[in-house]
Design a protein around this ligand. Structure first.
Ligand code: CDP
Length: 215
């Protein structure tokens, strides 16, 4: 297997992308990159600075003065902003409510997409998000679109104890102009509604095998 490959996992909120991506990375010996955590980190920083998340100019100016570092620890991607790891704050109600607005700002996307692509200079990745197969790595043959019934997804978030309006976030993510959530060309749909973690992983491996991945 070429070790600098990219496996793209896209799909709506709480569809089980992160869990699947993590297990795939473990199984295949790749780094799991959670691109949503990158958008969430920028959102956290903008809220810390009391910026209005819909103020494109202010958020874009913030990008010019902060230092974002992406790396990995074990199989998981990591991110720091100005030396701070915001991991514990990324699933707060404030971040959940504002991340779609921040993610719709073109300068934010350009900045993060460069960082996402640069992982491949060092390693192979399983990257999950909304636009990984369509924009970040459009040429990769390995693309899965993970979905699940909305009721299953809402329950999952509730069980995690999170306040998260996933229907609202999905609508914003699908309707935005820049890099909307969509099933990218070549992606195979994996409906995760009825899968366990193990059966979902096996289904994903089957899809990747059919897409030509050797492992
Ligand atoms: O937690 P969940 O899987 O629902 O979402 P996430 O992957 O943490 O992403 C949070 C938000 O970041 C999404 O609702 C999108 O607005 C944005 N995002 C994006 O625009 N593009 C990506 N590649 C990943 C996330």
């Amino acid at each position: 297997m070429n070790s600098h490959i990219a496996i793209a996992i896209d799909g709506p909120a709480a569809s089980g992308k992160s869990t699947l991506a993590k297990h795939l990375a473990e199984r295949l010996g790749l780094i799991m990159v959670n691109s949503g955590a990158m958008y969430r980190s920028i959102t956290w920083k903008a809220l810390e600075e009391n910026l209005d998340p819909s103020d494109d100019k202010a958020v874009t100016a913030m990008l010019g003065r902060i230092e974002i570092r992406c790396s990995s620890n074990g199989i998981m991607s990591t991110i720091t902003i100005d030396g701070v790891d915001p991991r514990e704050q990324l699933r707060s109600e404030g971040v959940n409510a504002n991340v779609s607005a921040i993610s719709a700002i073109p300068a934010v996307r350009e900045h993060l997409i460069d960082l996402q692509r640069s992982y491949l200079e060092h390693t192979g990745v399983v990257m999950e998000g909304r636009d990984i197969g369509s924009v970040v790595f459009p040429d990769t043959p390995y693309k899965i679109y993970v979905t699940a019934d909305e009721s299953v997804r809402a329950k999952r978030r509730g069980d995690d104890g999170e306040v998260d309006s996933i229907a609202k976030r999905d609508a914003a993510d699908s309707q935005r102009k820049t890099a909307p959530l969509k099933i990218s060309e070549g992606a195979v749909i994996l409906d995760n509604s009825e899968h366990t973690i193990e059966s979902g992983l096996e289904a994903a491996l089957e899809i990747l095998k059919a897409q030509g991945l050797e492992f």
